[in-house]
Design a protein around this ligand. Structure first.
Ligand SMILES: Cc1ncc(COP(=O)(O)O)c(C=O)c1O
Length: 449
């Protein structure tokens, strides 16, 4: 079929598309990048506030990654992970295992975050089958959590507006309330709220029967839910509840791993938890090429080995599991983390980022400002006396548009503007980002009248 250039973009169906429309005409076209900046096709430089999509952790245009990927492609572009080993992937597995907490020494590579979560869930089913308890299959997740876009991972996602026209596996996947502190009634203390949210998990396990529940899957910070930071101690206490009832604890660190909170993994270093499984992606390669990794604890493997003398095949995997080019990108990315002391940098600059973001709390429509490490969610509500989520979501989109005119990319998620810049960001760049955000908000508010 032939067509004019102007209609070419109608063939690209992006994620989350409104299929009644003819393609993403209003998407900004990006075609260049450097550090924390991207450039659109009109030549405007934009500060990459969302860091791509929580993923460009080492920043754009890193020659080290580009060279490593090129070198690997020249040498060996692909090998089947079913039957062949590649040194780069083997080295990466060992390096990741040495960085991972506790006994999470088994690294299963995937194509991204959804397939990492999917693989974790499938492993929890497989595990219980191997242990002779096939009825232990229910999974608990949370409202406002996001775990991906495969059937299983999307069924665990709790962003309810996005599930309306889609089928979900809801017979064995259950959502419990979101641990969002400012959703609590004014007369409920944070401590009482935390007790209640932990009890939600325990009660759900008891309701389903502990012998029926395979796993609880949770992000330490609910990223795509709008950077929801649960009360102190919540994650650790949920982990204890899971241990008590022999329920696997899956930490979804697709966003929080590889530096976003100042550590390779946040579970243990930030939250004091050694999960049974951890899912990662995004920052693993800083988004240069797709790759995810599921970390599985030794003790789960031991349980399977001890349960039988027969072979047990985890028949789950992808053509691109452990892709050597992605592995080369990940190795170069981890080298950058070391060489640039990126984790120290994130830990050092996070308080400045937090204070700078919180300086925006005086903007009249901002009702909640949540910050953790180098991630932030700015929630807006135009009229607290007349709540209207659609109106507030539209306004967040307007803020996004206005910020872009001021040279800043923002990611609107429902009624929140979310920031997760490259980890290389400096204090002057944070000042610049906050200034542009304020200007964007000012314009969007002015346009309301
Ligand atoms: C916490 C979390 N888990 C899983 C995913 C899915 O990852 P992917 O889009 O790479 O499949 C995401 C994506 O944003 C995420 O934020």
């Amino acid at each position: 079929m032939t067509q004019s250039d102007s209609t070419q973009d109608r063939h690209f169906l992006p994620p989350w598309a409104d299929v009644t429309q003819n393609g993403p005409d209003d998407f900004t076209e990006l075609n260049d990048s450097n550090g924390i900046y991207v450039t659109d096709s009109a030549g405007n430089e934009l500060l990459d506030g969302p860091g791509g999509m929580w993923c460009v952790n080492a920043g754009h245009g890193r020659e080290e990654i580009i060279e490593a990927v090129t070198r690997q492609m020249r040498g060996l572009s692909y090998a089947s992970p079913w039957t062949m080993a590649t040194p780069i992937t083997t080295q990466l597995s060992a390096r990741l295992a040495s960085l991972a907490p506790g006994d999470l020494n088994n690294v299963f590579f995937t194509t991204g975050g959804s397939t990492a979560v999917d693989s974790a869930l499938r492993f929890s089913y497989f595990y219980n089958n191997c242990l002779g308890r096939p009825e232990k299959k229910h999974v608990i997740a949370r409202i406002n959590g996001y775990h991906g876009s495969t059937y299983l991972s999307s069924s665990c996602s709790g962003k309810m507006r996005e599930k309306l026209q889609m089928d979900m596996k809801d017979d064995t996947i259950h959502l419990i309330p979101c641990p969002k502190p400012n959703s609590r009634p004014k007369d409920v203390s944070i401590k009482a709220f935390c007790d209640e949210k932990v009890a939600d998990l325990e009660n759900k396990i008891l309701e389903l029967g502990a012998d029926k529940v395979a796993a609880f899957v949770a992000e330490p910070i609910l990223a795509s839910g709008g950077v929801i930071v649960p009360p102190d101690g919540y994650f650790k206490r949920c982990h204890a509840v899971c241990k008590k009832y022999d329920v696997l604890f899956i930490a979804d660190e697709v966003v929080t791993a590889f530096g976003r909170l100042g550590y390779h993994f946040a579970s243990e270093d930030v939250f004091g938890v050694v999960p049974d499984m951890i899912t990662t992606a995004k920052g693993l390669t800083s988004g240069y090429v797709p790759m995810g990794a599921l970390f599985i604890a030794d003790h789960l493997m031991d349980d399977i080995k001890n349960a039988s003398n027969d072979a047990r095949y985890f028949t789950n995997g992808f053509t691109y599991s452990g892709h050597p080019v992605a592995a080369a990108a990940a190795m170069a990315n981890l080298d950058i983390f070391e060489k640039d002391n990126l984790l120290d940098h994130v830990r050092a600059i996070s308080p400045y980022f937090r204070d700078s973001m919180q300086s925006l709390a005086d903007i009249p429509v901002v009702t909640d400002l949540r910050v953790a490490g180098l991630m932030a969610g700015i929630e807006v509500e135009l009229d607290a006396d007349n709540p209207n989520e659609d109106r507030d979501c539209d306004f967040a989109l307007k803020v996004d548009e206005s910020c872009q005119k001021h040279g800043l990319l923002v990611r609107p998620i429902y009624n929140a503007c979310v920031m997760s810049p490259p980890l290389t960001i400096t204090k002057p760049q944070i000042d610049d980002m906050v200034q542009r955000l304020r200007a964007g908000f000012t314009d969007a508010i002015r346009d309301l009248s």
